[in-house]
Design a protein around this ligand. Structure first.
Ligand SMILES: [Mg+2]
Length: 371
């Protein structure tokens, strides 16, 4: 993949723009303040948009695509132990050459709220609003290509107009209404009839939509090409086109809308031990003979760690499970591992929970000297 530095030159930036965008830079004069700002913005957009791929110059060793609520995040674990164990494992062993993708039904606002409540890592890629939004990095820059795909046979105004004719539908909170997702509540006794009629009406208006009913109350209307599974397939295709498809991909989920993730070819899957009946039933009917999808014995993030070990995708030994770092020897030491080790040592030291403080500090100094 081509990349440019922060101070990339004008020709380098323009070369990376789409053809139609390039035209707007014809006759460009850098001295003009307006043009300079325009170029600056284009450069920033390209930089951030490629930031994930620039970091991964080779195929990612492992791409984990995980649902959040009741999968990565255990709402019944007030100390967040399984999440913290996963975080330490990822930062020490995978961050430098692998990709972490969160795939959630949450809208950006509710996703950001969860990040304030739970000690989650910052993922490389975030898929939100039931696969209708893909963003990159900490700045959460949207994927323009995905937006273009979702715009096909989709018109939000027509959806709003047609749904207003159904008194059975109650609009969900404003935060849940997104450019490619319109969400309602509907009583389950009326859901099937409403879905059928609505589907026919929208088809007549020239739209191609997907209507998802879940949890016995939520009705989401999305473009046909949207969904957690399609968003993952899109990302895999994108990496393949760049010549860097992930070596291994592991999808992780607990509920019905995660089933799509397990339907993508060449993807390993883990249903965490606490998976809902609807997902287990889907698995029994559609994937029970697929050895690449397992039902873990462990809950949430611990189930993800279990799957990494089961499928032999890499180390599944979290530094949080190591009692004595001085005794612990790893095959491939990397800076990430040392940082996590130091952080955990500091945490234990603050608690007065370390016996061999001096020995550890000597060992840390020796590691630093060897770099
Ligand atoms: Mg979930």
């Amino acid at each position: 993949m081509k990349s440019i530095g922060l101070l990339g030159t004008k020709p380098a930036i323009i070369q990376l723009l789409k053809e139609e965008e390039r035209e707007s830079f014809e006759g460009f004069e850098e001295e003009s303040e307006r043009n300079f700002q325009k170029l600056r913005f284009a450069r920033l957009r390209i930089l951030i948009g490629t930031i994930v791929m620039d970091r991964i110059t080779k195929a990612a060793r492992l791409m984990i695509v995980s649902d959040l609520d009741h999968t990565m995040v255990d709402h019944h674990d007030p100390e967040n132990m399984s999440l913290l164990r996963f975080n330490a494992l990822w930062e020490s062993n995978y961050r430098h050459d692998s990709l972490l993708v969160f795939s959630t039904g949450r809208s950006p606002i509710l996703y950001k709220q969860l990040r304030k409540e739970k000690p989650m890592l910052t993922p490389d890629i975030t898929i939100m609003s039931v696969g209708t939004e893909i963003t990159y990095g900490n700045l959460m820059l949207p994927d323009d290509g995905w937006v273009e795909i979702l715009n096909q046979k989709w018109d939000r105004n027509v959806v709003t107009e047609e749904t207003s004719k159904f008194p059975e539908l109650t609009l969900q909170a404003e935060t849940e209404q997104r450019p490619h997702k319109v969400s309602f509540y509907v009583d389950k006794t009326k859901a099937q009839v409403v879905m059928k009629e609505l589907s026919d009406r929208l088809k007549k208006r020239g739209l191609d939509v997907k209507i998802i009913y879940s949890g016995g109350m939520d009705l989401d209307i999305l473009p046909q090409g949207a969904g957690k599974g399609q968003a993952l397939a899109y990302l895999l295709k994108k990496f393949k086109n760049e010549g860097i498809p992930p070596v291994n991909t592991l999808a992780c989920g607990d509920s019905g809308n995660d089933a799509e993730l397990f339907s993508i070819p060449d993807v390993y899957g883990v249903m965490v031990s606490n998976a809902q009946e609807e997902l287990l039933q889907w698995h029994a009917e559609n994937a029970k003979d697929n050895p690449n999808v397992i039902h873990a014995k462990e809950r949430c993030a611990a189930g993800i760690i279990e799957a990494i070990g089961h499928f032999k995708l890499g180390s599944n030994s979290s530094p949080r499970d190591i009692a004595d770092f001085v005794e612990c020897k790893v095959d491939h030491v990397n800076p990430g591992y040392e940082v996590v080790k130091f952080y955990l040592f500091y945490e234990r030291w603050r608690r007065g929970d370390t016996d061999n403080c001096e020995t550890y500090i000597s060992s840390l100094k020796a590691s630093c000297d060897s770099w």
